[in-house]
Design a protein around this ligand. Sequence first.
Ligand SMILES: Nc1ncnc2c1ncn2[C@@H]1O[C@H](COP(=O)(O)OP(=O)(O)OP(=O)(O)O)[C@@H](O)[C@H]1O
Ligand SMILES: [Mg+2]
Length: 146
Amino acid sequence: MTEEFFSSSAEETRRYGRQFASGLHPGEIVSLTGQLGTGKTVFMRGITEFFNCDDQLSSPTFPIFNIYQGFLGGKPVSLHHFDLYRIQSLQELDAIGFDEYLTSGYLSVVEWGDRFPEYASLYTAAVFLEYAGDDRRRIVMNHITP
Ligand SMILES: Nc1ncnc2c1ncn2[C@@H]1O[C@H](COP(=O)(O)OP(=O)(O)OP(=O)(O)O)[C@@H](O)[C@H]1O
Ligand SMILES: [Mg+2]
């Protein structure tokens, strides 16, 4: 199922992130793509808001990999956030345990997921953002699993 939305502000994009997150389940792997500055991290912020995640903006591997602790229906949920922008090679991805984390049954969101097509088949949902003039963004959400 593909849905298309237009956002006119960062706040609105965050709201779309919250809305999108309401349809996610643990084990899903979301690819978040779009040019620099289109709002991937803003959208991700909406996802962390939906799960009431603690702010956890620093870790040894920030900004490549962060784990957020959140809640879904009162139960704890771990949300894994990857940003592959600075990753140069598959070897580097392997070194941070990308594959193992993705397939461990947690909920994962991968910014710049399209940089490594080798992993394309693992994604269960994809969100694409693009510039649509000034503060406007076109957001395309795709649920790959039913
Ligand atoms: N409609 C909008 N949706 C999202 N962000 C917007 C919008 N209008 C303006 N902005 C601004 O655009 C910027 C988006 O930054 P953000 O870090 O989320 O982009 P990004 O896609 O994650 O970039 P990068 O590829 O560098 O990680 C923010 O400064 C935000 O305030
Ligand atoms: Mg970003």
